[in-house]
Design a protein around this ligand. Structure first.
Ligand SMILES: C[S@@+](CC[C@H](N)C(=O)[O-])C[C@H]1O[C@@H](n2cnc3c(N)ncnc32)[C@H](O)[C@@H]1O
Length: 522
């Protein structure tokens, strides 16, 4: 396929949640970068339905674009079926960038002619683009790199960039996401606000899950599990562009490898200081379902209630504080992974719901926390509202949310949590005054669904705050909410008030986003 006429066109090439300004040095060929170089292993989407729905939701971008054209389809059908692109995935993001670079017509033509299939490259091989600005001295400063595994390890890809540059790139990711995925006209998309920085830019992760290779069967017989470390054994993160684990040096000694694939390291305040907490059992038990290591040295228990310890037992309870609110949850459960930013993050949500200068009679008094997990938003914000209702699919998370309400002495009259599909919350909050209610949505990476969006619009709360770790599905859902609210023609509609990125994952390409919708007269 021929590139446009310019000799060295610039393309913004998005890879997952980040984008890089690049030059095409050679004739581009269609192909797709893999997600293998994403080593955010500690990122936990905690979506009980994700694998099933991801499989069901798999749709080829080619199939989508094909349906819009009237061209012979027989020739490509079989090949297209083998090349499935998950919507809103890294592949989809990069594909849309290729389309915007080359033009829909050129891409359609190439697909029609089957040129991409005739490529000598296999599906999932890298596109032949050369990053020339990110790697140039203009942007990068290698003296900033703090990790000796940088470049080899797939994690923390942005260490060579000044922090302000990282924040700027993440802001651009949001600009592109709303341009390419919201399906909204430009005039309905507000200027994307500058990304909020993370107070901690290194060492911020509260959960790590280093991988290790399974014991190869051939080696099983020869390996004596005597506490010594087999030569071939590696534990760490995936290498850049590969699924092979690279060995990360560690201070703690690991003993007696058995089997498994990953190890949990979770930061916690000393749980022994909390009443009724599970026993602060540090180190995997031999009976652990992970069956990984029989002994692991971790931080000792401490009498200092503020000193963080490391929990490795998935079933142990961890304790975390966000401002004045404490949270207990099982070590294996989802919790936002950068504690240092959670106070500004949750305060921002409060400020968006209760903007300064709002007359008392118009102030939001009721809050719905959809996809509430173990109650992060509901409980940190409870003191600002008369009533709060949370819903979450995971029954265990709801039990912990209720427990956290008790621990924080928030009464049942004020905050209630129920287990169920997020769409069901609206029938339980019929007594909430809609013009004084805000709904927070924080779905998993795949975003929300039509059932929820329909109920949300029918309910018609004054404010909607959409929190997301996948800016592309967020942009899609925001576009749907706005359009469907307009279509209803009920005298009011949602408008997009603001979008802002939060740097929950410094040194990486990931960005969390908060979008705020307000209900206004049509
Ligand atoms: C990104 S997490 C957010 C959790 C919480 N808001 C927090 O910040 O800790 C998404 C949550 O949505 C839940 N979930 C997934 N699908 C759901 C659905 N259809 N209805 C309700 N909750 C759902 C998951 O179990 C998970 O706890």
């Amino acid at each position: 396929m021929d590139p446009p006429a310019t000799s060295q066109p610039q393309v913004r090439l998005q890879m997952d949640d980040h984008e890089e300004v690049q030059h095409i040095d050679k004739k581009p060929r269609l192909g797709f970068a893999t997600e293998e170089n994403d080593a955010i292993h500690e990122y936990d989407d905690h979506d009980p339905e994700s694998s099933k729905e991801a499989m069901e939701g798999l749709t080829s971008v080619f199939d989508q674009s094909r349906s819009k054209r009237s061209r012979p389809q027989k020739k490509l059908t079989k090949k297209m079926k083998s090349m499935v692109i998950e919507p809103y995935s890294a592949q989809d993001v990069i594909f849309r960038d290729v389309v915007s670079l080359l033009g829909q017509e050129a891409v359609d033509k190439a697909i029609q002619e089957g040129k991409d299939w005739e490529s000598p490259f296999q599906f999932r091989e890298e596109v032949e683009l050369t990053a020339s600005i990110l790697s140039s001295t203009e942007m990068r400063d290698d003296s900033l790199i703090r990790c000796k595994y940088f470049g080899q390890c797939a994690g923390c890809q942005y260490q060579m960039l000044p922090y302000q540059t990282q924040l700027g790139l993440k802001q651009e990711v949001l600009v592109k996401a709303y341009q390419n995925f919201s399906d909204l006209p430009q005039e309905l998309i507000p200027a994307i606000s500058p990304t909020m920085s993370s107070p901690l830019q290194y060492g911020y992760r509260t959960k790590l899950t280093p991988h290790f290779d399974r014991l190869p069967k051939a080696k099983m017989a020869d390996t004596v599990l005597d506490g010594s470390r087999p030569d071939w054994f590696k534990i760490g993160f995936n290498g850049s562009g590969t699924r092979t684990v690279i060995d990360i040096e560690r201070r703690r000694r690991l003993y007696t490898y058995k089997q498994g694939v990953s190890l949990l390291l979770r930061e916690s305040l000393p749980t022994g200081t909390r009443p009724h907490s599970h026993s602060p059992s540090f180190g995997l038990r031999p009976s652990s379902p992970m069956g990984t290591f029989t002994r692991l040295e971790v931080a000792e228990t401490t009498s200092d209630p503020e000193k963080k310890v490391c929990v490795t037992d998935q079933r142990a309870t961890v304790l975390e504080r966000v401002g004045d609110t404490v949270f207990e949850y099982p070590a294996s459960a989802f919790f936002q992974n950068n504690n240092s930013i959670l106070v500004p993050f949750t305060s921002y949500i409060r400020d968006m719901i209760l903007p300064e200068g709002t007359p008392p009679q118009s102030k939001v008094t009721h809050l719905v926390d959809a996809y509430c997990g173990n109650g992060l938003f509901a409980l940190t914000l409870a003191s600002s509202f008369q009533r709060v209702a949370g819903i979450e699919l995971d029954v265990s998370a709801i039990q912990w949310a209720n427990r956290n309400a008790q621990v924080n002495k928030v009464s049942e009259d004020k905050v209630s949590f129920i287990a169920g599909h997020a769409a069901n919350i609206f029938e339980t909050v019929q007594d909430f005054p809609r013009d004084k209610t805000a709904v927070i949505i924080d779905p998993p990476r795949k975003g929300s669904d039509e059932r929820f969006i329909e109920q949300l619009i029918l309910f018609g709360s004054q404010t909607v705050v959409y929190v997301s770790c996948n800016v592309h599905t967020q942009a899609r859902d925001i576009g749907m909410i706005i359009k469907q609210s307009e279509d209803l023609k009920r005298g009011n509609k949602y408008v997009l008030d603001s979008v802002r990125g939060f740097d929950l994952f410094p040194q990486t390409a990931h960005v969390e986003s908060i979008a705020v919708l307000r209900l206004v007269p049509s």
